[in-house]
Structures are given as C-alpha cells and as structure tokens.
Write a protein of this length. Structure first.
Lengths: 174, 960
C-alpha cells in the first residue's frame, strides 16, 4: 500500500515556523492565555472582562484578551496573560468550552499582506464595516478561518488540525 | 531590423531588446514587445499551421483573441501550452514554438494530401460514412488525424493563487469607451477596476488615428492611464474576461504573471456595476480560397503595421465594404506598399474625401466590385475580381464589417437583436447593473462612444471627452458568398473547423436549418475561437440558402469561457496537497518517527500501521489481545452539548435515549436520519447535569455538529442549549489490552483506577502535565480500554509516556480487525443506504420509546417492517481464504441469480487464526447456520452465517 504520509508535507514546528518574503511576514502567534468558546447571552460576561463587544473581520484587535464573533450567539474568547474567571460547562446562562489547544493563531503582516488576504478569500476586506458585526469566520484558502485585523496586517485563527494545510497554502501563495 | 517584413523604425517594440525564438525548428529573432504573431510575420513566416480537417496551409488572420489559425505549441522553461494563440502571447527569449496538427512542419505537412479527398469528407461525413462494420474501427484513426495540439504529461507548470476583487465599478475593455467610463467612475470617487486583454490601454486608439480633447488618441489614452492610477483605480492588462456570472461577478484570466509558472492567474471579480466595453470583431469577407496564408483582417494588418512595425505585404489588396479599411490603405502606401482597394460599394456611395485621400496616397481604387477569389497554391499570390480582372498580391487585407463582441452580455442572459441596417447583432435587452458601451453596443462614432461611456456610469454628458474624427461608416451587411463566381473553389466560413459555404448549403438541403442544428451539423462556431470570425458570415450564407432573414435565424448561445483557459489556471493553487486538504493529528510527527505508514481515514491522516509493510498488522493485533497497545484516537469527535435542554436535545437526535445517563457515565448509541437510516454511532459521556460530550465517528464530526445545530435551532429554545465542537482541542490516546491498567497507573493521571470507582463505560477527571485530562473506560477492541483525552498540545507527551510504559503502537488496520472480531460496526461500511437500527438487531428504543426523536416515524413504515430486509450477520468462510469484501451472496430462483446481500468487512484474524467477515444479508438473523455462495469477479466462495461477535461474546475481556 502506498504510504500517504509521503504525499503530505510534514507538520511544521509551530515554535519556529515563519514565512519571510518581501513586504510579507507570516508567523504563528504563541497564545498568552486560554481560549474559550462561549455561547449564550454573554453581553454581561464580556463587560465583566472589560470587552465592549465581539469583533468581526473589519475590526482590529490589540493585545489579548479579545473576543471574535463566530455566530449571533457564539464567540471565541482569546485570553491574555491574566486568567479568565470562567469554568467550562453551563453557568449563568452561558455555555463554555475550553478550546485553547484547538486553534493556531497566525499573523500576516506587511505591505503585501492585503494581496495575500485577497488571494485567500472572496471577502471584501476593503469595504467599510456595516452597522452589525459580522461573523469573523470566513472561507479562507477554502478553509474556515476566523479573521481579524491587527497592526500591520491580519490575524488568522484556524482549527489546529487544518493548520498545516493553511500554512502550506500561505507558503505557496505568499 | 530583423525579418524581411520589419520596418526599420516605428512600433511599440523595444529594439534594444532582441529576443531569440524558434518556430518549427527554425531560429528567428524578434523584439521585446512583439507578440508571437508579429514576430512570425516580421520574419516572413506566412504558414503557421494546418487546418483541422483538410490540412490546408493557414496563416495569421487577426491580431486578437478571434484568431482561428495561429495556434501554436509553446514551450518556455517549465511552461508548456499546447494551443497558445500567437496573437495573444508576448514573445519571450528562448521560446520554442511549433505548429500544431502538421505531420512534419506547417510549411511541409505530410498530410496535406488529405485536401484532395475533401469531397469525401464534407461536414458531418462521420454520420454517413466510416460506419461499416463498426464506427469504432475508424474512430481512433480519425481522432489521431484531427485535433489541435497534444498534451505533454510531463509538463508541470503550475499556476498561481486566484485573486479576489470587490469593486464598485468593473469596466471590461480599455478602448476609448472603456477608458472614459473608468475615468468617470474614478472622478466620482468609486472603486474602479479596469480590465483589458491587450498589453497596453487604448484599444483601437493604439493603431488608429484619432483626436480626443485636442490630443492624439494615444496621448489621450496615456493621460487617462495616469489619471486612473492617481485616482486609485486597479488596472489589469493582458487580462481577458472569460465569463460573466450571476450577481455581477466576472472571471478574468491574466497572462504574463511572473509569479506563476504557467504565466497565468485567474481573478474573481465582484462588482456593484459592470460596464462591457469589449469593442467589435472585424468580419472576414467571403470569396474563393479566402483561407490562403496572406489573407488577413484589415484591422489586424493596420495593427501589425502601426504597433509592431510589420508590413504584412508589399503588394496589398484591400477588400472592403465599409470605410474602416481606408486608413490601412493610406498607412501601407506610406510604408511603401503598392495598394489596391476593392470596395464592394459603387463609387457614388463613397465619400468624396475618402476618394481624395486614396488618390493622394497613390493607392488604386476599384469600386463596385468584389474579390471573387484569392489565387495561389500555398500562399496568396494574387486575386481575381468579380469582373474577371486579375492581378498579383501578397496580402489580401479584408474587412466585411464589424461584429460587436457581445459574449459577456450573453453570458449574463442578455438577448442580442439583429439590426439589419447595421448588419450586426446589438444588445437587445437591458440588464440590471450591466451597461454595454462603445462599439460593443453599436456606438461606432468615437464621440458618441465617449458620451455614452460617461453617461453609463452616471456621469454628466458635459464632462465627457470630445472626439473629432472623420465621418466614417464602419458597418455593412454581411455579403453572402457568391458560389457562382467561385465555381468549384471553396469559400471558407469557419477557418478553425474547416467549414465552407458548401457545407452550410449541404446542411440547409438536409433541413438542418435551425441555427442550433446548423452549428452542430457543420461544427460552425464550435472550435476554440467560438466562431468569433465566422458566426455572422455563416448566418449570411444560411440566410441566402433558406431565404430567411438573419434576425429570424438568430444566434446560438454564447457560454463561458470566452477564450480557452488552461486547467492549471482554473485549479490555481488547489492541486496536490491543497486540492483536498486533510486534517492532521497533533502527534503526527511522533508517529512518523515511529515508522508509521499513513492513510486518509475519514478526512484525517492517521497511522495505518507501524512498520515497513502490512505484515506488522498481525503483530499489532496480537499485542492488543495479549499485552497492551496505544492508539492515537484524537480524530474522534468531542462535541459538547451544554445547557438545561442538552439532555432533551440528545434524546431527540439520538435513537438511543441519553437523558438517563448519570454524570460520569457513558452510553453507546445510534443517530438516525429523518428517514430512519443509521447515520452515525458514537458514545455519549455526561460530564454534568447540563454538560454532555458526544464522541462520534471521526469522519462524521462536521455532519453531527450540523445535525445538532439544525435541530437545536429548529426545535429548541435557543437560550437553553448550545453545541460546541471541541474536537480540535482534545487529543485522545486509547490504551487497550490485558495490561492496560498497569500502563494507566504509570501515567500519574491522579484518578482512582479501581474498577469499582471506574467501571466500564464510566469516566473520571484527572490531570496530565498540569492540565485537565479526561479518562473514559470505553472499548472499540473488546479489551480493557481507556481513552485518555488531554489538550492537543500534550498529545506527543502522552503518547511518549504510554510507549515508555510498554504500550505498543496500534494502527487503524489492526483496529479494523480487532473491532470486526467483536462485531463492532463501521457506519457506512457495515451499514448502507437502507440500514435501519432493527437491521443491526437494535430494536429496544424503537419498541419502547414514546417521545419523538429523529427518524421515529420512518421505523414503522411498511418497508421498515417488511421481511427480506438486509440484516447484519457474521460469516465464517469455508476455506482458509477470506471472503472478498463486496462479494454478493447469490441465490438462484427460476433459473436466475439474484443477490441476497453482500460482504461488508472481511479480514484474516491473527487472533482466531482464520478468516472472519461481516455481511448484510436478507433476513440474515433468521438464517443462522445456513451456508451461502458468494460471488466476486467470477470466483465463488462459501460462507456460513454466524453471530457477528467472533470473540468473547460475554465481554469478559473488558474486565481482565
């Protein structure tokens, strides 16, 4: 039987992987804190974390913590260095699952970052934001990726099992 | 100067950059800025290919995408294009070009003799001849002699990632009308994308004299380009719009992309408004031998002269029925050619200023006559007029009128209407968000086109540029060929598919008079040029033959792509690993280090076995039954269902009720489709009263998440239950075997492993490397087993510790055998599109449950309760060889065979020392002990029906 392991490129070492090209840098981000998927009526919870609202693809994130809108009643909470006072399960009308190891965060930075993003998605990154916050999840390089702006470029959040495929795409398209 | 036809100065070429290339093995020189066609013409190459059917010599007809003849095999570095259009490719140093379809070279084709048999192979000959004794005898040979170009399997030039564009205004075509529209859009502050198939912006302004806003047309175009750039417009050149699609989206293929190995990139465009300014295509005239090399379109000859400094002929005849060719006559005279104009219109219809211009230039005007025939054997050597006059010529530049390029308009479901006065199809219906402007809409006069362009994007008429140009009439009705004048000589209508006017007459005689039938019967318009230069002339011939107006005949349907597109460009980056990306395990690199061989199982790359070849699978099975193994089960679903209604949602989605589970307990269950079919099986763990984890099949995670979410939204209070796919967060290692407990004890998970505290189908919370760990006693091997779930970042560590504790690696192929020994199913392998839970012997929920659940009513239909349903059974093979998976159980009644079912899983069990199998057999559960015959690929085996569980039916090994 042909070993399909030979067909697929090895999984990168996320501690050291980087793509450096003219006016473009792509690198994994080591998360400071935990990541939680939170569903429900979480407005009060967000406020308690000092976060005004969930963010969509046209918003900018600073340092964590920040929350990405996944669905009308679902968010991905990216924690910072300070622990978040939250427990997995059901509490106070919100459902919480820890998904810290489930995502790889990748920064795409540089003057050519926009061209790379437009190669990956049909999403109109340049259109002004509307009144409602969109879901941060778009189809990027054919995969579901949560996207947000950051200083100098964009930040991508991809489910870890698909991260090698996304990385391979970024290497080819960059 | 290079080439006998290159003028010493002029043109857009860069004479400081000479380029070497070859054609059919002969070396030539061109310049940067040349197209392949201009470089060949400059070097005096007149025969560039052989025709499709008759292998007639063919030369360059045009200067654009409508080119039907100059299709070349192009090699340059890694790039291979078996049918490159010479008129649309820029020359590059080192290009190797070959003619396609010639045996030998284009100039000397060994198959040229086929033309002598033309009368035996007219249009549609294959419907009438080459039929006996069977058409397949001839098909391969005919195909081998036909066709254009050959693929090279070794060619590996990939293409680049597609680019996406969102824009307010997309203008397709950067001639004067398109430039004006784009500029007006920029001035309104809109996001503008301008696309043109040429190498420079300007369209007709690049070859024809014009004055706009007091400046030369070329200068005006250059200034437009500057303003567009300053205004932030995006401009794509060498970019052809190949299709217009729903919601104002377009696909464009860009050439000359340095970052792309095949030189191309596809752009996907979404616009709020689309402007089609694609101009018009010049129409050939119909006369005998009009396919000879040296017969070309007049506009093309002017383009080669002005843009590439190539004089296509020294003794030129210009055949025309409109004013557009007169500029060529003057230009060729200025370049030193002898020029005769053959104008079909009587002299009294010609404007005085045109006649004066010709007289001053020194060209000779023949009015009121047409070209009846081109003369020459392999190239044009002369012409004969309709009045019988003959004279020598090495160039026949023809213009029979202009056909608006409405392909994109038609893609968007626009309906063109015939305008007899203009002799052209023009846009008939308006399309929301799409404007057709300029020559494409029949706005021939430059000034009118500029105004129209500005108004089309909402600009003010007063802001439009003003053009001053001679009052020329470019339109003309297509002239039907005069067969009487041509005698036996053929008049070519579709050059690429070798269709003559006689073929069209033949189609009419045989009653193929609908334009759709004409097209399919003769293949008119079916070649890669899509009839760009032949459709209207074909309609004119059919009109003459049938007495019907062209408008009544109509046109066939234009479909994308407008020009051929390579499959490499269509795929972009989506090839190889990126064609169907696969999920990867967090510990994959550790498995590679252990010598695993991998396979795609349900969309995840997983170890099939650990070793050089398949022989190790038996050892892995024995290790699982006699010692202890560790398997990476991380791809198993971990779907969290959370909230006060979580139990109710699970009870609704699952056939097996789950609400009775106590926290810390697990239950195996099936989920069904609404039609009662088995959709998935899995294990549900209750973590807390309002928190469940569903461990479904690896390949069904996305489907189960969607199923839960759909029913949640449809059937439940949205604030009462939520579904989270936490599968990527958790890595799961399964420890299995008689010595599993000892390995578990060594891992330091901080849980009490006493069977009283952690019985089979129970779970406990622990910690590993300082982070949460979940341990579930659940088994897919039938041995004592523990599934340890830890955050994925710890997967490699957990695997390593289990291995260090003595667990041997277990791959999927061994697991397949172990689970089959226990009769555990794979949904989708041991179930099919008819399998219901009762077919697997699971009738309890159907018989006992009262409340509604997905698929409930379907379980009580007559078909669901009928006898003769396929039921899952085990099979014991009569011999030592395993029954082939897929083999059908055969019964014979009334002398005819029919299938009773088939083998679903089949293995050689190293533990049991022989073959085992599972099968779906009609009334299988009632046939215990019966022996059936199984057929597969002509071989017959026997198998006896036995229970599905071959090993330890009491389940004692779970507690060893």
């Amino acid at each position: 039987m042909f070993d399909r392991g030979r067909f697929w490129s090895p999984v990168p070492d996320w501690q050291t992987a980087a793509i450096n090209k003219a006016d473009l840098t792509v690198r994994p981000v080591q998360a400071d804190g935990e990541i939680f998927m939170v569903s429900g009526n979480f407005g009060a919870f967000l406020a308690g974390q000092g976060l005004a609202r969930c963010l969509g693809p046209k918003d900018s994130c600073g340092d964590a913590p920040y929350a990405l809108r996944l669905a009308p009643d679902r968010m991905l909470l990216i924690g910072g260095a300070a622990p978040i006072d939250i427990m997995p399960g059901w509490q106070d009308g919100i459902a919480v699952s820890e998904v810290t190891d489930g995502y790889l965060i990748i920064d795409v930075i540089g003057a050519n970052a926009g061209a790379l993003m437009r190669a990956g998605a049909a999403y109109d990154f340049d259109a002004p934001a509307g009144a409602a916050v969109e879901s941060a999840v778009i189809l990027f390089a054919g995969m579901k990726v949560a996207v947000i702006r950051r200083a100098g470029g964009w930040r991508l959040h991809v489910e870890r099992p698909m991260a090698p495929a996304l990385w391979h795409w970024l290497e080819k398209a960059g | 100067m290079t080439g006998p036809r290159r003028l010493p100065e002029g043109g857009e070429i860069d004479r400081r950059q000479p380029l070497e290339f070859s054609f059919d093995g002969i070396s030539y020189r061109g310049f940067a800025g040349d197209t392949l066609a201009s470089a060949l013409l400059a070097n005096g190459v007149r025969i560039v290919g052989r025709s499709f059917k008759y292998h007639r010599p063919r030369g360059i007809l045009s200067a654009g995408p409508e080119e039907p003849n100059a299709i070349l095999d192009l090699r340059h570095g890694p790039r291979h294009d078996p049918n490159a259009r010479a008129t649309m490719e820029l020359l590059a140093d080192g290009m190797a070009l070959r003619s396609v379809h010639a045996r030998g070279t284009a100039a000397r084709d060994r198959l040229a003799f086929l033309d002598r048999f033309a009368r035996f192979i007219p249009a549609a000959f294959y419907y009438k001849t080459f039929m006996w004794p069977h058409w397949r005898l001839y098909e391969d040979r005919i195909r081998a002699m036909a066709g254009l170009g050959q693929l090279d399997p070794a060619s590996s030039a990939h293409s680049a990632a597609h680019h996406h564009h969102d824009t307010d205004l997309c203008v397709i075509g950067a001639g004067p009308a398109g430039l004006a529209a784009a500029l007006a859009g920029v001035r309104q502050g809109r996001r503008v994308l301008l696309v043109d198939e040429g190498t420079a912006l300007g369209g007709s302004l690049l070859a024809r004299a014009a004055e706009i806003d007091g400046r030369a047309g070329r200068d005006w175009a250059a200034d437009c380009q500057r303003q567009l750039s300053d205004g932030g417009a995006r401009v794509l050149t060498q970019a052809t719009a190949i299709g217009l699609y729903d919601h104002l989206s377009a696909v464009v293929v860009e050439k000359g992309v340095a970052a792309s190995a095949n030189g191309e990139r596809i752009h996907l465009i979404r616009a709020k408004q689309m402007v089609i300014a694609t101009g018009a295509i010049e129409r050939p005239m119909l006369f005998a031998n009009n396919d000879l090399p040296g017969v070309m379109l007049a506009g093309a000859a002017l383009t080669y002269l002005r843009r590439y400094a190539v004089r296509a002929g020294a003794e030129a005849v210009i055949a025309t029925n409109n004013d557009s060719a007169y500029e060529l006559a003057v230009a060729l005279r200025a370049a030193g050619s002898a020029v005769r104009i053959i104008d079909a219109r009587p002299e009294r219809e010609l404007p005085a200023w045109q006649r004066d211009r010709i007289r001053v230039s020194g060209a000779t005007l023949h009015a009121g006559v047409t070209v009846a025939a081109a003369l020459g054997r392999n190239v044009v050597e002369g012409v004969r007029l309709s009045d019988g006059t003959q004279f020598p010529a090495d160039l026949v530049a023809q213009t029979g009128g202009w056909t608006p390029s409405l392909h994109l308009y038609c893609h968007a479901k626009g309906r063109p209407l015939w305008n007899a006065e203009e002799g052209a199809f023009l846009p008939g219906t308006d399309l929301p968000g799409i404007a057709v402007i300029g020559a494409a809409s029949g706005a021939w006069a430059l000034d009118r086109a500029l105004q129209q362009a500005t108004l089309s994007v909402g600009g003010n008429a007063g802001d439009a540029s003003k053009a001053s140009a001679p009052d020329e009439r470019w339109t003309a009705r297509p002239l039907a060929a005069s067969q009487a004048q041509s005698g036996k000589a053929r008049i070519w209508v579709d050059l690429q598919n070798d269709v003559t006017s006689k073929d069209i007459a033949l189609a009419a005689r045989e009653n193929f008079v609908s334009v759709e039938h004409l097209k399919r019967y003769t293949t008119l318009g079916m070649a890669t040029d899509q009839g760009k230069t032949s459709n209207i002339n074909g309609l004119a011939v059919l009109s003459a033959e049938t007495g019907r107006d062209i408008g009544a005949i109509g046109v066939t349907t234009f479909r994308p792509p407008y020009v051929p597109v390579s499959m490499a460009s269509v795929s972009g980056l989506e090839r190889g690993e990126l064609q169907v990306p696969i999920r990867r395990l967090a510990a994959e690199n550790v498995h590679r280090q252990e010598g695993a061989q991998f396979r795609d199982y349900g969309g995840t790359l997983r170890p099939a076995w650990y070793g050089a070849d398949r022989t190790v699978v038996a050892q892995e099975c024995l290790a699982a039954r006699n010692e202890v193994v560790v398997m990476d089960a991380s791809s198993l679903g971990k779907i969290e269902v959370i909230g006060p209604a979580a139990a109710a949602l699970l009870d609704f989605v699952y056939y097996t009720p789950m609400s009775g589970l106590k926290p810390g307990r697990l239950r195996y269950g099936l989920s069904l489709t609404e039609t009662g079919l088995v959709a998935d099986d899995g294990v549900v763990l209750r973590l807390a009263p309002e928190n469940f984890v569903v461990s479904c099949s690896s390949s069904h995670v996305a489907a189960m998440v969607a199923q839960f979410e759909a029913w949640r939204q449809d059937h439940f209070d949205l604030d009462s239950v939520f579904v989270h796919d936490a599968t990527p967060h958790w890595a799961t290692m399964a420890i299995s075997g008689p010595k599993a407990k000892a390995v578990m004890a060594s891992l330091g998970l901080g849980i009490d492993l006493d069977d009283g505290k952690l019985p089979h189908m129970a779970a406990a919370a622990g910690r590993f490397a300082g982070r949460p760990a979940r341990v579930a006693r659940v088994s897919f091997t039938g041995e004592r087993s523990y599934e340890i779930s830890v955050p994925a970042g710890l997967a490699a560590d957990l695997w390593g510790q289990a291995r260090a504790a003595g667990a041997k690696p277990l791959g999927i192929e061994a697991l397949n055998i172990l689970r089959a020994e226990k009769g555990y199913i794979y949904v989708g392998q041991d179930t099919d599109g008819e399998t219901m839970p009762q077919d697997l012997g699971m009738t309890g929920p159907r018989d006992k449950r009262q409340e509604a659940y997905v698929g409930d009513r379907s379980l009580f239909t007559p078909a669901a309760q009928a006898t003769g349903r396929k039921q899952l059974v085990g099979l014991a093979a009569s011999g030592r060889d395993p029954l082939p998976a897929g083999a059908n159980a055969i019964a014979i009644s009334a002398g005819r065979k029919h299938s009773l079912g088939y083998v679903t899983s089949s293995y050689v069990s190293p533990v049991l020392g022989g073959p085992i199998a599972l099968a779906l057999i009609e009334d299988g559960l009632s046939r215990m002990g019966e022996t059936l015959s199984f057929e597969h690929l002509g071989q017959v085996s026997e198998g006896r029906i036995v229970p599905t569980c071959f090993l330890d039916p009491e389940g004692a090994r779970l507690h060893v």
